[in-house]
Design a binder for this molecule. Structure first.
Ligand SMILES: [Zn+2]
Length: 720
C-alpha cells in the first residue's frame, strides 16, 4: 500500500476541520505557523516572579537550546501584564512592569512562535464578592474553595466566568500582544458543577436534573457527559473566534478535550499534557499518547509536554528529575513524532541540574531536525482504541481493570518490536485504515452496527483482524448484544456465559494431526505442550471449521498439593480461532490474554500474541530489529529519507520510574524495506554520529547498529 495514503488521511482530517467549524472565511488569508516550531519552551511564572526573576536569563536559554516555540504565562488566575479587564487580578508584585510583554518582545525578536498561557480554573475573593454566580458549586450547594490554596475559589468552567470574563481576557491579550495562540490550562472544569447556570443550562439541554452520581452507566450522567462536551466545544469555538478576530493565524489551543475525534478535526496543532511518569507506568506511555492523537490528527504537529520535575500526586512542582528519566521520556515522544515541549514552573530557579539535560536533548534535536520532520509512519499494523468502550463498558466483575486489555496488547507489541500505529474506533473508514495490513482489537467491546460493517468491509478488501474477549459484544452505548457484532468474521457465536476468575487453568498446545507440524502461532512454544491460561474466558460455539492448535485444560484444584493434578488432560474446546478470509486473516481469542498479560506478564502469553499478530499480518514487517533488550521501534518517512528509531527501554526501572542510569544494549541487526524506485545513498546513526555499512537484498537493506544507550535514530538517505 502506498504511504501517500496516510497523507491523504491527514488532508481529509483537515478538510473536515474546515467543514465542521464556523471560521472557514478567515482560513484563507494567512501564513500558517503551526508546522514551523520543532522545540518548545514553556515558562510558567509564579505570582512573585515579577521583579524577582531574570527574564534575560530565560531568553538566553531559549536561544541557546534552539527553542523555536514558546508558551508564556499571561493571565487568568494571575495577570503578568498590566491588564485593564475588571476583576482580572494583577500579580501583587507587578508594579508598573510587564514581564509577559518583555518576554514576548524578546521571543519575537528571535523569530519564535509565541503562545500565551492562561489558567481560568481559580479566582480571587473579589470575584466571589462581585460575581458569586461565576464560582463552582459542590453537590451540597456550597461554593467551592480551592483545594490547594483556600485563599482562592474554584470557578465554574461552563458558565459566564469562562464564556464572558475569560473571553474578555483573551481578547485583551490578543489585541495587545498579537500572539500566535492562547493555550488554556485547566479550562474544562473539575467535576460536576451545581451552580445556577449549570442547573438551568443542563435542564434546558436535557430536561433532566444534574446527576448526583459519578456512575457512568446512569442515564443522567451519560447525558451530562454529552452536554459537557458540547458546552466545552462551544467555548473552544468562542475563544478561537475571538482570538482569530485579532489575528487570523492565531489559534485557541485547549489543554485537553474529552473527545479525540473532535480534537483531531478542530485542531491545527495540539499538545499532550502527559508530563512524566508516576506510579507504575512504562515509559512507552508517552509514545502511546502521541499515537492516540495521531489517529485523529493525522500528521498535524503535536507537542509533547514534559516536566523537568517529578509528577507524583504529592506534586513537588519545584523538583528536578533524574537525567536518565527525562531522556527516555522525551526519546519516547520524539520516536513517536512528538515535538518536545519542556515546562518549567517558576521563573526563579531552585535547582539548576535540569538545564544542561534539556540543553543536550534540544541541541541534538536541532542538529537532527531534517530527519525529524516526518511525513508518514511506515507501520503496517494498528491497534484500535475506543473512547466509547472506555466510557460505556464495564460494571461486571470480568470487566474490572478493562484498560488492561489495551495496555497488555501495547506492551506485547513493544516487546515484539513491531512498528505500529493506533486507530480511533470512530474513524474506521477506508481512508484511515487502508494503510494497515492488520487491525488489532484488544477487547473493543462497544461497537455500533456501522462500525462492525466498516470492519467487515476492511476484511473483505484484504485486511486482517486480531480480536480478543468481548470485542463487539456490546453496541456503541454499551448495551449488551445477544451475539458478537463481528460473529460472522470470528466464525463463532456467543453462548451467553463465561468462566472466571479461573485459577490453575491451562492451554494445551498441539501439532496439527493433518500435517503433523505445529501451527505458526506456536512458534518457540513447540516443546511446551501446555502454557497457562488467562483469568476469564467466554463460552463460544464455532460456526465454521477451525484448526485446533490451542485448547482448554479446565481449572483443577491448586490445593492441597496432593490434589494438584488435571482432572481432564485435554478438551476439544478451542481457545484460539484462526480463519483465512480471502486475502485477509482473522484471529479471535475468546479469553483475556491481553489483560492477563498486563497483570502477570507471562512470557508465553507475550510470545503467543506476537505469533498470532505475525500470522494474521501475513507479511514481513517493514522494519525488523533483532538483538537483546526491550526496544520501542518506530519507522518514518521524511521527504528525502527514512528513519528507524530505537528507544532503549531496557532498565531495571522500566515499569516504575525513575530511571537511575542508562544501560546500553548491544548489537541490533536491522532489516528495512525501502520504497520502490528509491536508492539508499547513506545509512547513518544520528545519535552516535557514525555511518553504517549496509547490504542490499532486493527491496531490503540490512545493517547492524552496534549499540543503543537511550535512543538511536538510523537515517537512510534516499534518492529517487
Ligand atoms: Zn457551573
Amino acid at each position: 500500500m502506498d504511504r501517500r495514503e496516510f497523507l491523504k488521511v491527514s488532508a481529509a482530517a483537515g478538510a473536515y476541520a474546515i467543514l465542521a467549524s464556523p471560521w472557514e472565511a478567515s482560513a484563507q488569508d494567512q501564513e500558517p505557523w503551526f508546522d514551523r516550531p520543532m522545540r518548545w519552551a514553556q515558562l510558567v511564572l509564579v505570582e512573585n516572579d515579577p521583579g524577582r526573576f531574570d527574564p534575560d536569563f530565560w531568553l538566553d536559554y531559549f536561544q541557546r537550546v534552539h527553542a523555536d516555540g514558546v508558551c508564556l504565562s499571561a493571565g487568568g488566575v494571575v495577570a503578568y501584564y498590566p491588564t485593564e479587564v475588571p476583576l482580572h487580578h494583577r500579580s501583587n508584585w507587578l508594579g508598573d512592569s510587564d514581564p509577559f510583554g518583555y518576554l514576548v518582545q524578546g521571543c519575537r525578536k528571535m523569530g519564535m512562535a509565541i503562545i500565551a498561557r492562561t489558567d481560568p480554573h481559580a479566582a480571587w475573593e473579589n470575584v466571589h464578592r462581585e460575581h458569586p454566580d461565576w464560582l463552582a458549586v459542590d453537590a451540597q450547594g456550597q461554593k467551592r474553595r480551592h483545594w490547594s490554596n483556600p485563599e482562592l475559589w474554584v470557578t465554574c468552567a461552563l458558565g459566564p466566568y469562562n464564556f464572558e470574563f475569560m473571553t474578555g481576557v483573551h481578547q485583551e491579550i490578543m489585541e495587545r500582544y498579537q500572539v500566535d495562540g492562547i493555550f488554556s490550562n485547566r479550562w474544562a472544569g473539575h467535576g460536576i458543577c451545581y451552580c445556577e447556570h449549570c442547573v438551568a443550562n443542563f435542564r434546558a439541554f436535557s430536561g433532566m436534573e444534574l446527576p448526583r452520581t459519578n456512575d457512568r452507566h446512569a442515564a443522567a450522567y451519560q447525558k451530562y457527559y454529552q452536554w459537557e462536551t458540547a458546552r466545552l466545544k462551544e467555548l473552544w469555538f468562542l475563544w478561537d473566534r475571538t482570538i482569530r478576530q485579532a489575528k487570523p493565524t492565531s489559534r485557541f489551543i485547549p489543554n485537553g478535550f474529552p473527545d479525540h475525534v473532535v480534537t483531531g478535526a478542530l485542531s491545527d496543532i495540539f499538545f499532550t499534557d502527559h508530563q512524566a511518569r508516576s506510579g507504575v507506568i512504562p515509559p512507552w506511555s508517552n509514545g502511546k499518547r502521541a499515537k492516540e492523537l495521531r489517529a485523529t490528527m493525522g500528521m498535524k504537529p503535536l507537542g509533547g509536554i514534559f516536566s523537568i520535575g517529578l509528577e507524583e500526586r504529592y506534586r513537588w512542582k519545584d523538583s528536578v528529575q533524574s537525567e536518565a528519566e527525562v531522556r527516555v521520556w522525551v526519546a519516547e515522544g520524539t520516536a513517536n513524532n512528538m515535538r518536545p515541549w519542556f515546562v518549567k514552573f517558576s521563573g526563579t530557579l531552585y535547582d539548576r541540574r535540569w538545564l544542561h539535560v534539556v540543553d543536550d536533548i534540544y541541541q541534538w534535536h536541532y542538529r537532527a531536525e531534517p530527519y525529524l520532520r516526518n511525513v508518514a509512519p511506515l507501520a503496517r499494523v494498528a491497534m484500535v482504541y475506543s473512547e466509547q468502550t472506555d466510557r460505556y463498558y464495564g460494571g461486571q466483575r470480568w470487566q474490572e481493570q478493562s484498560r488492561g486489555h489495551a495496555l497488555g496488547m501495547y506492551h506485547a507489541l513493544i516487546e515484539s518490536r513491531i512498528p505500529f500505529e493506533m486507530v480511533n474506533d470512530r474513524l474506521l473508514d477506508a481512508e484511515h485504515i487502508s494503510p494497515f495490513r492488520l487491525l488489532i482489537l484488544p477487547n473493543i467491546a462497544a461497537l455500533s452496527d456501522g462500525q462492525c460493517e466498516q470492519l467487515r468491509q476492511y476484511v473483505r478488501s484484504g485486511g486482517s483482524l486480531v480480536a480478543t474477549f468481548e470485542t463487539s459484544l456490546y453496541d456503541e452505548r454499551g448495551e449488551p448484544r445477544k451475539d458478537f457484532g463481528l460473529g460472522d468474521l470470528f466464525g463463532v457465536s456467543f453462548e451467553g456465559s463465561l468462566d472466571g476468575p479461573m485459577r490453575n487453568s491451562y492451554l494445551r498446545l498441539r501439532k496439527d494431526p493433518g500435517t503433523g507440524g505445529f501451527h505458526p502461532v506456536l512458534k518457540s512454544l513447540e516443546d511446551a505442550g501446555r502454557i497457562v491460561n488467562g483469568i476469564w474466558r467466554l463460552h463460544v460455539q464455532p460456526q465454521a471449521e477451525f484448526p485446533s492448535p490451542v485448547t482448554l485444560i479446565p481449572t483443577y484444584p491448586d490445593l492441597p498439593m496432593e490434589h494438584v493434578y488435571p482432572r481432564q488432560d485435554d478438551t476439544d474446546i478451542r481457545e484460539l480461532y484462526l480463519r483465512e478470509t480471502g486475502a485477509g486473516r482473522v484471529a479471535y481469542i475468546p479469553w483475556d490474554i491481553d489483560r492477563t498479560f498486563w497483570e502477570i506478564m507471562a512470557v508465553d502469553h507475550g510470545r503467543m500474541l506476537r505469533n498470532v499478530i505475525d500470522w494474521a499480518a501475513h507479511e514481513d514487517p517493514p522494519v525488523q530489529v533483532t538483538g537483546p533488550g526491550v526496544l520501542d521501534v518506530t519507522a518514518w518517512r521524511q521527504k528525502n529519507s527514512m528513519t528507524v528509531h530505537l528507544v532503549n527501554l531496557t532498565n531495571p526501572m522500566m515499569m516504575k520510574g525513575p530511571f537511575r542510569e542508562l544501560f546500553p544494549v548491544g548489537e541490533q541487526k536491522v532489516r528495512v524495506c525501502i520504497p520502490r524506485g528509491s536508492t539508499v545513498t547513506k545509512v547513518h546513526c544520528l545519535v552516535a554520529g557514525t555511518t553504517l555499512d549496509h547490504r542490499l537484498d532486493g527491496q531490503w537493506i540490512d545493517f547492524t547498529v552496534p549499540s543503543v544507550l537511550d535512543h538511536e535514530v538510523v537515517a537512510l538517505d534516499l534518492t529517487t
